[in-house]
Ligand binder design. Structure first.
Ligand code: OGA
Ligand code: MN
Length: 288
C-alpha cells in the first residue's frame, strides 16, 4: 500500500489496496494506524458491494446500527443509504421527506455524536454521483484545538457538552424527526476535549448536535460552541471531496467534522452507502 497526503492538516489517499478482497492482519493494522494519524483515508476505484463494505467495516470493530432505521422504525440495519435513490432504485426529489431530512447533514457534524457511545469511523462508498454538486467537506478539530491559545485550551478541559439529535434535526424542519425518534433519542453528555489513544493528540468534539455546555448559560454556551466551530471551519482548513464513482472514504468521527454541500435531487441521482464502526465507549470514560 502507498499513502500520500490530501490536505496540509489531515487526510491521505491510500493506493494499491483492493478493499473488496480479504485483507491481511498487517494491512488492517496499517490502515487503522493511518486512520488514527491522518483522520481521513481515501481509496479510489474500489469495486465495493454491501457485503464487502460490511466485511471491511468489521475489520475495525463492531458495526453500529444505522440510526434512522433503528430509532425511527425499530429495525436493525448496518448499511444506510446516503443520497436520493430508494430501495427500488428510483430517484427521490428535493421534496421527499428523507431527502429533506438528509439536508441536516449539510451542517458540520460528527456522525452519531448524539449517541452515548458515538461512532469511531464512518465508511462511505460512492456508487452514483451527481454531475454537479454533492461534494462533502471535512475539517479537523485536532488542528482546530492546536490553533487555540493555551489559556483557551486549559479553560475548555473538563467541559461537558450535551448533544441532542432532536435539537439539531428540528433546526432543519419540524417534521425531520418522527415519533419513534422523539421517544427514544434522548440528549447525551460528551466531553468537549478528547484525546486520541494512539497518537495522544487532543481535539475538540463539537458539531451540529452540540446543544449546551453543562454549567454555562445556554446563550453563552451556544456562543462559545459557535465560535469554536467558526474557528475550526476557516476556509484554508477545509478539505472538499469531489466524489467519483468507486471512491471509498473512511473517517475518524472522534476528531473530524464533515458536511454535505448539497445537490439538486430533482435533477441528479446520488447513491452512496454508509456504515459506521462503534466507538470504544462513552466519551466521558475516556482518558484525556
Ligand atoms: C454522512 C454525511 C454528507 C454527504 O454520510 O454521514 O454526512 O455529503 N454525508 O452526503
Ligand atoms: Mn454524516
Amino acid at each position: 500500500m502507498q499513502i500520500s497526503p490530501l490536505h496540509p492538516e489531515f487526510g491521505a489517499e491510500v493506493r494499491e489496496v483492493d478493499l473488496a478482497s480479504e485483507l491481511s492482519r498487517e494491512e488492517v493494522k496499517q490502515i487503522d494506524l493511518w486512520a488514527n494519524e491522518y483522520s481521513l483515508l481515501l481509496f479510489r476505484q474500489q469495486h465495493m458491494n454491501d457485503d464487502a463494505h460490511l466485511a471491511f467495516t468489521e475489520y475495525f470493530g463492531v458495526p453500529e446500527e444505522e440510526h434512522t432505521a433503528y430509532y425511527g422504525r425499530g429495525e436493525i440495519a448496518y448499511l444506510g443509504t446516503v443520497g436520493n435513490v430508494d430501495e427500488n432504485g428510483s430517484k427521490l426529489g428535493n421534496q421527499n421527506r428523507g431527502v429533506r431530512s438528509g439536508r441536516g447533514n449539510e451542517m458540520w457534524h460528527s456522525d452519531s455524536s448524539f449517541r452515548e457511545v458515538p461512532s469511531l469511523y464512518s465508511i462511505l462508498c460512492a456508487y452514483e454521483v451527481p454531475d454537479e454538486g454533492g461534494d462533502t467537506e471535512f475539517i479537523s478539530t485536532r488542528s482546530a484545538f492546536d490553533r487555540l491559545d493555551q489559556d483557551t485550551q486549559s479553560r475548555l478541559q473538563g467541559m461537558v457538552v450535551v448533544h441532542d439529535y432532536i435539537y439539531s434535526r428540528t433546526k432543519v424542519s419540524e417534521d425531520a424527526v418522527n415519533e419513534g425518534q422523539r421517544m427514544y433519542m434522548y440528549p447525551v453528555r460528551q466531553r468537549l476535549i478528547r484525546r486520541n489513544p494512539v497518537t495522544r493528540q487532543q481535539n475538540l468534539y463539537i458539531g451540529s448536535h452540540a446543544r449546551d455546555i453543562e454549567g454555562i448559560e445556554t446563550e453563552e454556551a451556544r456562543t462559545l460552541l459557535h465560535e469554536l466551530l467558526q474557528q475550526a471551519s476557516r476556509g484554508e482548513s477545509i478539505y472538499r471531496h469531489q466524489w467519483q464513482v468507486g471512491d471509498v472514504l473512511l473517517w475518524d468521527n472522534r476528531c473530524l467534522l464533515h458536511r454535505g454541500c448539497g445537490y439538486d435531487a430533482d435533477r441528479y441521482r446520488r447513491y452512496m452507502r454508509q456504515t459506521r464502526v462503534r466507538g470504544a465507549g462513552p466519551t466521558l470514560a475516556e482518558n484525556v
